[in-house]
Ligand binder design. Sequence first.
Ligand code: OAD
Length: 234
Amino acid sequence: MKYERIVVLTGAGISAESGLGTFRDKDGLWTKYDLAEVATPEGFARNPAFVHEFYNARRANLLEAAPNAAHLALAELERRHPGRVLVVTQNVDDLHERAGSRNVLHMHGELLKIRCESCGQIAEWAAALQTATPCPHCQLVGLLRPHVVWFGEMPFYMNKIQLELSVCDLFVSIGTSGNVYPAAGFVADVRRHGRAHTVELNLEPSEGASLFAEARLGPASQVVPAFVRELLGD
Ligand code: OAD
C-alpha cells in the first residue's frame, strides 16, 4: 500500500443514504429550519424548548438509521490498512462507530451525548431531552444541552486534526459541500504541507473541488467502497 497515513473527512453526504438528511441539498435541514434558531448559542438561549425539539427529532431519526456501505467500507479500510486511518467527521451521528470504525474524531460533537453547562459533565443520551431534565451528574435543572458544536463555537479536536493533516499522505473528503470552516479549509491546509494526495468523493463537485487532485463523483454507497477496494488492492 502506497499510503501510510490516511485522513478521511466526512460530511452529511456519507449518511444521506442511511436516511439522515443533509443540510444544504434541496430538502436539506437548512431549507426547513433557520440555523440561527436551532444551531447557535443565541438561538438556544432564546428558545431552548424549540432547540431541544429539533435535536430530539434528529436523535429519534438517528436511532432508526443504520450505517450504509460507505461507512462499512471505511471501517474495513481501518481494519485492514497496515498504516494509520483517521476519520474526522463533521457528522454528529454515530454511524461510523456502528460500522466498526474506531479512530473517529467528531469535530462537531455527538448527537447521542449531552453536556451540562453548569458542571461541564458529558453524558450518553439516547432519549428525548427537555428543558426540565435534571443533569444526571449534578442534578441541576435547565442547563443541559446537546453535545454538538453550534455556529460561533469552536469545533473539537482542532489541534490534533491539524497535526494529522500536516503528516498525512492521503486526504480524502467524502460527502461534504465545503461550505463550513474550518473543515472546508482542510484541503488547503493539506496542500500547504505539500506531501499528501487529495481526493474528493461526492455526489457533485463541492465548493472547494478545484483544490483536490482527484475526484470521483457519485453516491457515497458506491464510490466509497470502490475507492477503498482500490486502496486495499482487492
Ligand atoms: P451539506 O448538506 O452542506 O453537504 C452535503 C454534501 O453531500 C453535498 O455536497 C452533497 O452533494 C453531498 N451528498 C448528498 N448526498 C450524497 C450521497 N448520497 N453521496 C455522496 N455525497 C452526497 O453537509 P456538510 O458539508 O456535512 O454543522 O455540512 C457541514 C456542516 O454544516 C455540518 O456539520 C453542520 C452544517 O451546518 C453544524 O451544524 C455546526
